[in-house]
Design a binder for this molecule. Structure first.
Ligand code: NAD
Length: 424
């Protein structure tokens, strides 16, 4: 199988510099696009590729671009969402630090497709090394004529800026990101209107994930059918999967979309560490439902994981082993979500700290059966449709599935009045 992204990343881990990127065909897709394709044709090609957004939601990228009204006057914006903060997720960092020009080329092509004149890389505050690498890459791209006025001699101009976030999970939500970029408090906006129509400063804006944009140059060079052929399933292309937890070889790998969970865990992650048994996995970062060993043959694409009762999310799996307390595991996650709630809507602001408090009591052997009922009620109250954005519903996913699959562990804490895993 061809590996469109990883083949160009030096094993040393050093970022690919402009000259090295050009030497392996870098910026040839941009050249081709500006010479041969209209903006609409670029969007059609992305639609043909069936590229689905890799930030976690899996929305069709080509469809998203096609919603931008092309006949309006005034600026349009393109934003790479590099505010990667989903627990267990480190795939975009790998791309940012390894191949910054691949992202920039994808962004310039995306900006051309929607005729944006200003682009931003909105990067997680903690990604210091990636920010340095991106700063240099942007300067090099300007110097080489890939950014600025009359790009590659064509009547197309684009300015690019790196903007580092403030270290809050909320800023990765696209409308909170827009508020943050405008210098406002990072709370989400009501959708609709979607950013494609009314985004940054009320202007048409596309926000795409780093991984999503990094595929664009390859799709332009080799076409939608080629991209689709890389996948085992109907969701197009490859995907950067990751595994963390007590496995032998935690890491990230670019693999055909639809690889099974078993292959990921056993072949790529090298199986569980000696003496430990697999109990469950969050398939796509923390805000997804647990799956168990009954799901090992699930194909890891957006459709397959949803059919199994969870979500592909970011495709970076967090493994739970048999010597880690599931109650403590979920408590740790809910602590994170409670801390990261922006406080804007009541169910999330009040419900998450309460959930966390109940889980702490249970973990310490001070919980009751009524607490379990309260947790069940919270999974509904904070669920989809009851909050302003996806943060609290996402936070309820690991909890509701832990209550389903690991209920005996919760009950054991109540019966024993202590954590059965405390000796580990
Ligand atoms: P969403 O489904 O609301 O939106 C996804 C994208 O599709 C957005 O760009 C949105 O504008 C667009 N979209 C959706 N419906 C549309 C419509 N009807 N018309 C036009 N555009 C539409 O999801 P979301 O709230 O943006 O994201 C939630 C996801 O984020 C979760 O799946 C979660 O896994 C993921 N997530 C990722 C990270 C990370 O660090 N990568 C962090 C937290 C959450």
């Amino acid at each position: 199988m061809e590996r469109p992204l990883t083949q160009h990343i030096p094993l040393s881990g050093a970022a690919l510099q402009l000259k090295e990127y050009e030497a392996v065909g870098g910026y040839s897709a941009l050249r081709k696009v500006l010479q041969e394709l209209t903006p609409k044709e670029v969007t059609e090609k992305v639609k043909d590729a069936n590229l689905k957004g890799r930030g976690g939601a899996g929305f069709s990228t080509g469809m998203k671009w096609s919603f931008v009204p092309m006949n309006v006057t005034g600026p349009k914006y393109l934003i790479a969402n590099a505010d990667e903060m989903e627990p267990g997720t480190f795939k975009d960092r790998w791309l940012l630090e390894g191949n910054p020009h691949q992202l920039l080329e994808g962004m310039i092509i995306a900006a051309y497709a929607i005729q944006a004149t200003q682009a931003f890389v909105f990067m997680r505050w903690a990604y210091k090394e990636a920010a340095q690498i991106m700063t240099r890459a942007i300067a090099d791209a300007y110097a080489a004529g890939y950014l600025g006025k009359n790009i590659l001699g064509k009547d197309f101009q684009l300015d690019m800026q790196l903007h580092t976030g403030v270290g809050r999970y909320m800023c990765g939500e696209e409308t909170a990101l827009l508020n943050s970029l405008e210098g406002k408090r990072a709370t989400p906006r009501a959708k609709p209107p979607f950013p494609q129509v009314s985004g940054l400063f009320g202007k048409p804006t596309i926000v795409n994930n780093v991984e999503t944009l990094s595929y664009i140059p390859h799709i332009m060079n080799k076409g939608g059918d080629w991209f689709k052929s890389l996948s085992y399933t109907a969701d197009g292309g490859t995907k950067i999967y990751g595994v963390s937890g007590k496995v032998n070889k935690p890491g990230a790998w670019e693999l055909p979309m639809g690889v099974t969970m078993r292959e990921l865990l056993e072949e790529h992650a090298g199986g569980m560490k000696a003496g430990l048994r697999f109990r469950g996995v969050l398939p796509g970062g923390a805000s997804t439902d647990f799956l168990t060993d009954a799901h090992l043959d699930v194909k890891m694409d957006f459709v397959g994981v949803a059919a199994a009762g969870s979500r592909l999310g970011t495709g970076t799996m967090v493994v739970l082993d048999d010597q880690t307390c599931p109650v403590g595991f979920v408590h740790n996650l809910e602590h994170f979500f409670a801390q990261e709630s922006c406080g804007f809507c009541t169910p999330c602001r009040e419900g998450l700290p309460w959930t966390e408090k109940i889980l702490l009591a249970l973990e310490q052997g001070k919980g009751t059966y009524a607490d379990l009922e309260q947790l069940e009620i919270h999974t509904q109250l904070l669920g989809p449709g009851n909050t302003f954005c996806a943060l609290a519903p996402g936070a309820m996913e690991p909890l509701q599935s832990a209550l389903k699959y690991f209920r005996e562990d919760f009950e054991q804490h109540i019966k024993d009045k202590k954590c059965p895993y405390a000796h580990h």
